[in-house]
Ligand binder design. Sequence first.
Ligand code: C2O
Ligand code: CU
Ligand code: CU
Length: 562
Amino acid sequence: MISRRNWVIAGAAGIAGFAGGIAWWHGQKKVTNEVAPPFTPDAAFPNRLHVPGAQGLYGVHDVAGAFTLAAKSVKQEIIPGKSATLLAYEVESQGRRLLNPLIRLRSGGKINAKLWNGIDETSIIHWHGLRVDSNNDGHPHYSVAAGATYEYNFSVPNRAATYWYHPHPHHLTGKQVYLGLGGLFIVEDDEELALQKALDLKLGVTDIPLVLHDRHIDEQGQLVFAPTDDEKADGVLGSQVLVNWTPRPYFEASTRIYRFRLLNASNARLYKLAFRNGGQLLDFQLIGNDGGLIDNPRKIREVFLSPAERVDLLLDLRNVRVGEAITLTSVAFDPMEHEDGRPAMEKPGETAKPADSGTHGVHGNDANQDTGAAPLTPDTQVKSNIPGIGMAMELLRIHVRRQEGYDRAVPETLSRITPIAANCASPRVIYLDHVKMVWRINGETYQPEKTPITVKRSATEVWNIRNAETSMPHPFHIHGFQFQILERIGSPGQQKKLALNDKGLAASDLGWKDTVLVWPGETVCVVIDFAHPFNGDQVYMIHCHNLEHEDQGMMLNMKVEA
Ligand code: C2O
Ligand code: CU
Ligand code: CU
């Protein structure tokens, strides 16, 4: 038996995971600081945040040799006390059973992995953000049937960063991700290890990955994936946001710096993230994006995160008093769903309908929103128990529980980003629009045998990714290459407000990116260096990472000609 006191301490150190948390506790160094009196989490956030640990869901798999990812149906509680069926990648790692493991390795390391497809439909794994050849990229062309396997063999030349892996079979990506498949892939290098050392960061304890996805969960605690025609066109939204698969989560912290690595793994939901203490938004530092650390930390208060994007954040809790709570929030914004040609309705102050637990933490506009009104689309009102994109939502309660003597400073230089020399004068244009609710890229939808985009190996190309006025926000993604954002043109006010320079770039646009949010009416100019070390032609893809858009065909093959 474990005493209540120990349990609280284990939680305060962020060690406890699902089932395996207690056993793992014994190996940890003792927490000597005084613990605040026993505390009961507030009713809105009753569940301890699940964090990557030694086993189970998101258990850490340090790569050492070959391993097998078995895609299968598993039992796992999402709502406490209710067993749910999830799809997950199961991995045996030194006698431990991991589900959707957090795969960790050194830059330059090798992956020798086998996918065994134990679900009842075709599937394939894509390594999002990694620079691999076509055969290892998980292009839908390589999908394997139920019961079949696929062998991956590649090295990872990427910089240290938080990447991820997820299924990519055509028409089924949204469904399979929604039902559970996917995990984090963390690459480390010397710069990264130096940062961990400087700030005394430990994965799962003070370096906390936060995977966001919204889901609809029924009375029995089961995931419901039943998109309506509207959702198939616009994207599937859930009634509640899970963080690391935890509904309404809390996290116990001490007065020090924490690192939060956020991945938006939602099918379609955008977030505008902020940390709130009472009525006030806190400053935090953005230190990295999709492709790893940026040059210098940037102090900000809000950041957009669209599907598939990652941000790496530092939150300093040293000036927060023990007993106070900080809330990771998605603050209100204009969803800009203008696909039917009508601008969003101006309806400031509207709140989501209070109903079952599913709508917890959903608020109307708070006085502290500097964005002003968050208009709701007519759509939002129809699906009354599903908060529309752009409505304020509380995601995670962070309880500051312990005083800690912590005396570290954030390094002023994190990395060196060499800008790719280029300008936006004569770009290739990538145009995003729709006809009759079919989303297109350059007027086309995905045809497996067609390759509408051809580039030359080692070419440096500038692309203007232009979204139609009558459109939705599209998170645009390129396989196989990280790119740099040169400029945002025609950005909406809520994006412009976050700009740090005269090119309209926000902190989340700096450094290396593999996915970029493009608002209706906006053009994002990016530069891509198509150099790669592989033999022969390579076929990758470009697509919108709204998974329903992707599944409906907002995706094209891209050949890199040798
Ligand atoms: Cu994460 Cu083709 O995408
Ligand atoms: Cu990808
Ligand atoms: Cu899209």
